[in-house]
Design a binder for this molecule. Structure first.
Ligand code: SAH
Ligand code: DHB
Ligand code: MG
Length: 221
């Protein structure tokens, strides 16, 4: 099996399970026209986040790493009109594209796109009393993945779900000697998942349109 076959299987499922909603595809087209990197979650993964949020009845969602708002749209559609998504994005250009997408697809009333480094923004999110969140999606710079996990925990309540993206990265995660700061950040993130008594966690490897990767899933005790 190679990534071409994984993509074909992803497409097969997507044709069947993601039919009838073109907005997400149109959002990706807008991102491509704006020249954003194509590092959004895959469509099937986006719907997974959406269904997870719905199954939990999540009303308050925190996302770290917005890009053009693709995962944000999936999450925003899950929280309902009274729900809120706070999403943090370092690059003003990415945040601007995300805001315009969320206006276009009718989600701007329930999404707050904050521009800046997540480590600067998270204390403000806390100070403004936006937490505790029901679900936190961590998908920004991987070198800080562990620090974002500590923040996610701080902004959580028992039962909060925390999802961390890109925890496998072609298997590099198991290489303790890796000089990639992102890999070391993910390794510290996993160490914290393991050692923090308030977290119960698992990790799921994925293959598909985005290659070989995976996500970690944790629930706050
Ligand atoms: N969640 C998005 C993809 C996010 S890609 C989706 O699935 O659609 C990662 C994003 O994190 C990029 O837009 C990048 O600019 C942003 N980022 C990188 N470093 C950051 C930081 N320190 N604080 C906040 N965002 C950051
Ligand atoms: C990258 C970042 C992501 O969040 C992702 O899902 C895939 C790739 C990246 O920075 O290369
Ligand atoms: Mg990601």
């Amino acid at each position: 099996m190679d990534s071409e076959e994984w993509s074909r299987v992803d497409a097969w499922f997507a044709e069947r399970l993601l039919a009838g909603d073109g907005d997400h595809d149109r959002l990706l087209e807008a991102n491509a026209r704006a020249g954003l990197p194509e590092i959004d979650v895959s469509p099937l993964q986006g719907k997974f986040l959406h269904l997870l949020a719905r199954a939990m009845g999540a009303r308050r969602v925190l996302e770290i790493g917005t890009l053009g708002g693709y995962s944000t749209l999936w999450l925003a559609r899950a929280v309902g009109p009274e729900g809120r998504v706070v999403t943090l994005e370092y690059e003003p250009r990415h945040a601007a594209v995300a805001r315009s997408n969320l206006v276009r697809f009718g989600m701007n009333d329930r999404v707050d796109v904050r521009t800046g480094a997540a480590l600067d923004l998270l204390p403000k999110v806390e100070a403004r009393g936006h937490g505790p969140f029901d679900l936190v999606f961590i998908d920004a710079d991987k070198a800080n993945q562990d620090v974002y996990l500590a923040w996610a925990l701080r902004l959580s309540r028992p039962g909060t779900a925390i999802i961390g993206d890109n925890v496998v990265r072609d298997g590099e995660v198991v290489d303790g000697d890796s000089v990639n700061p992102g890999v070391q950040g993910i390794r510290r993130f996993v160490d914290l998942l393991a050692s923090e008594p308030r977290l119960s966690a698992t990790a799921i490897q994925t293959v598909g349109a985005k290659g070989w990767d995976g996500f970690a899933f944790a629930v706050v005790e």
